[in-house]
Design a binder for this molecule. Structure first.
Ligand code: AMP
Ligand code: MG
Length: 412
């Protein structure tokens, strides 16, 4: 049986970006850039003041002080959005506001607080320093400079600089469409009658939310009963999407048909079973370029295996160069024991205690316990070769709300 890292080593190459789409910058949040972007013009596009005050020539005010102030003739003002100001002449100054064009020959700004003015003259009480409070044209970015590299995630900062450069649309990696196909005679939808023995297909909802959180687009297909022919037909439809997830029916029960159905539709067998808890009976296969993952049906098995084994692939498809969660060390708040032989991914709540990230595992770690994923922050990685873990020791964890990302697998 494969370790989780061996499973990832086999699965990750199967996930590749699904193509490029043009996007308005407003809609590009969270996407990954599929092109290099070069600056169209200098930024700032003109030299301006970064304070309200007076534009001066250094030579005129080099020795100004409180004791020996220097009075200059006011040439008028430069205001934001105003017409370009005239050049400063000897012993003149110009009233200037933040963001307004610096007049030629000016080489410093004296802030308003260090001056007094009667409207026709200004008296300077501080010697200016060369370049003080001046924002130079091109100091942020020069025309022709590479400003954003392919692979950059578009967030607020990237959208801001693109807008400042007048770039309204960009090429981004397209979001993969991820189909969810639930199997099981017992499954009903929320609005269906819950006859005895039936349960609501909660996995389809939870997994759709996880797919969305991963930045992809979920497509929930109609449920299929535990029937080989119907499963085969449904798989054929599901293969039209970029990734196909099936849920349930991957174990060794008499009504578990998914593995056989994979085979019958020509999904090339990758592997079956991973040494993790929960989630052992996961199947991975490929159909042409489509990764197909058979998740176990127990809700926690489905969610844990999605998080640990599917989400990194989806992030890679989106173009994320850091598709894995970062691995953090956390302090264990309680003693914990488990059966050895499989890496346990334990649901836990995390809080900062005395400056240390401290994790409290959920009391119930049963793979069917939907409540055990409520309000959790982390999956603890509890080693397969140890049976007991003690309160106060440090264990590795994946923080589920950390979006920093990591280039290396946390399981390596
Ligand atoms: P299976 O993997 O099909 O053997 O199912 C294992 C357990 O998970 C059973 O108790 C199923 O009823 C339950 N289960 C399977 N699929 C779902 C689903 N889509 N939503 C909620 N529970 C499920
Ligand atoms: Mg089933």
């Amino acid at each position: 049986m494969k370790s989780i890292q061996e499973a990832l080593d086999q699965m990750m190459p199967a996930f590749s970006p699904v193509g490029v789409a043009r996007s308005s910058i407003a809609d590009a949040f969270g996407h990954f850039l599929a092109e290099d972007i070069v600056a169209r013009f200098d930024l700032p596009p003109f030299t301006s003041s970064s304070m309200d005050g007076y534009a001066v020539r250094l030579v005129d005010v080099a020795r100004a002080s409180k004791e020996s102030p220097k009075t200059l003739i006011l040439l008028g003002e430069s205001r934001t959005g105003g017409t370009p100001p005239p050049q400063l002449a000897e012993c003149t100054a110009m009233r200037i506001f933040t963001g307004a064009v610096l007049p030629d020959a000016a080489d410093a700004i004296v802030i308003q607080e260090d001056t007094s003015s009667d409207g026709s003259h200004v008296t300077i009480f501080e010697a200016a320093k060369s370049g003080a409070w001046i924002r130079r044209r091109g100091s942020d970015l020069s025309a022709g400079e590479k400003m954003l590299a392919r692979g950059t995630q578009i967030r607020s900062g990237e959208i801001g600089i693109l807008a400042a450069q007048g770039i309204g649309s960009i090429d981004v990696q397209r979001k993969p469409r991820v189909a969810i196909l639930s199997t099981g005679d017992e499954l009903r939808d929320i609005d269906e009658e819950l006859v005895p023995g039936a349960i609501i297909n909660s996995n389809a909802y939870a997994l759709a939310a996880m797919i969305r959180e991963a930045g992809c687009e979920p497509v929930v297909l109609p449920n299929v009963p535990d029937d080989l022919e119907k499963t085969i037909a449904a798989l054929r439809e599901g293969l039209a999407y970029d990734v196909l997830l099936t849920v349930g029916g991957v174990s060794v029960g008499d009504y578990d048909f998914v593995r056989e159905a994979f085979d019958k539709v020509g999904i090339a067998a990758g592997f079956w079973k991973v040494r993790i808890k929960p989630g052992k009976p996961l199947i991975f296969g490929m159909h042409e370029k489509t990764p197909v993952i058979g998740l176990p049906g127990n809700p926690m098995s489905a969610m844990v295996t999605f998080e640990a084994l599917v989400r990194p692939g989806l992030r890679k498809m989106l173009g994320d160069p850091k598709p894995f969660r970062m691995r953090h060390d956390v302090l264990l708040a309680n003693d914990h024991r488990h059966a050895t032989g499989r890496l346990e991914l334990a649901r836990a709540r995390v809080a900062m205690q005395s400056g240390k990230l401290t994790a409290t595992p959920q009391r119930l770690q049963d793979s069917g316990s939907l409540m055990s994923w409520v309000a959790i922050d982390a999956l603890l990685l509890l080693a397969e070769d140890r049976a007991t873990f003690s309160a106060g020791e440090t264990v590795p964890a994946l923080l589920l709300r950390d979006d920093t990302g990591s280039a290396a697998s946390p399981f390596a």
